[in-house]
Design a protein around this ligand. Structure first.
Ligand SMILES: Nc1ncnc2c1ncn2[C@@H]1O[C@H](COP(=O)(O)OP(=O)(O)OP(=O)(O)O)[C@@H](O)[C@H]1O
Length: 263
């Protein structure tokens, strides 16, 4: 049996004495698109922070490709191939779209920024390759025609796509996307979904937190539902849609406030 790409086992995270995530266990297999959903305050962002090294769990294990990654820095975890995008775009607005793409590739480039500064032998050729790759990357996300524009002049949906492209530039094995469709209109959401499918087809496994249920149900191979810091359901979209506990959590059957201190 192959090892799951990501294994989260009995993870508990406390923030200032409050239990934000009480007992989180789920896994992501290579090649899957998995969505982590749940009502506001369920612990989704905290789970992302714990997986990517931004918060240290009090208890439990996080394994990436079989390796225990708890205690590693976010940079180290990213270097292993587990990369996240943030809810707010992390693009450089005052630079061109092309320069944003090029910078993301440079940060991944073999000789790195130091090599670029020192103009080491081979760097110039690498630069030409990276410029070609930057254009290919923009083409991939449908922004090639916008390459010369300032990134902050892009439409909101285009900025989000650029943000995903920048995270994907590191060619991660697992890409964590935090609410990629937040604030997007229906046609932008459709484009965002198409991009996630393309990434999956390219071999990137995707774990996303998303509030847009229509998108979650259409794009996910599996949906993991978090409520009040613990998993209440895990399965294919068609099962999740009909799960009574999930419906209760979303329709307000369970109080969402004041439970953390007691958890
Ligand atoms: N920095 C913090 N300080 C105190 N409490 C926090 C902090 N961050 C999160 N929490 C609490 O931890 C719990 C989980 O929050 P988290 O942001 O992970 O939920 P979420 O599912 O991502 O919510 P949303 O969908 O609203 O983004 C919430 O009760 C929240 O109030």
């Amino acid at each position: 049996m192959t090892v799951p790409l990501l294994q989260v086992e009995h993870v508990m995270v406390q923030i200032g004495g409050l239990v934000a995530v009480s007992d989180l266990s789920f896994m992501v297999n290579e090649g899957e698109v998995v969505s982590l959903i749940g009502p506001n305050g369920a612990g989704k962002t905290t789970a992302f922070n714990a997986i990517t090294g931004y918060m240290r769990p009090r208890r439990g294990a996080v394994r990436f490709a079989g390796r225990d990654i708890i205690g590693l820095s976010p940079e180290r975890i990213a270097a292993l191939g587990l990369v996240r995008s943030f809810q707010r775009t992390s693009i450089f607005g005052a630079c061109t779209v092309f320069d944003n793409a090029l910078t993301a590739l440079h940060l991944r480039g073999r000789s790195g920024l130091l090599g670029a500064f020192l103009a080491l032998p081979g760097t110039r050729r690498e630069e030409a390759l990276l410029r070609g790759e930057a254009m290919a990357m923009l083409d991939f996300v449908g922004l090639a025609a916008r390459a010369g524009l300032r990134a902050d002049s892009l439409a909101y949906g285009e900025q989000r796509r650029l943000g995903i492209a920048l995270a994907a530039a590191a060619t991660p094995r697992l890409l964590l996307l935090d609410e990629p469709a937040a604030g997007l209109n229906p046609s932008e959401t459709a484009e965002c979904m198409a991009l996630i499918r393309q990434l999956r087809d390219r071999g990137t496994t995707v774990l996303l937190v998303e509030h847009d249920m229509a998108m979650v149900m259409r794009i996910s191979d599996r949906v993991v539902v978090l409520n009040q810091g613990r998993i209440i359901a895990d399965g294919p979209p068609e099962t999740i849609r009909q799960d009574p506990e999930v419906i209760r959590a979303y329709l307000g059957g369970a109080p969402l406030g004041g439970h953390h201190a007691a958890a």
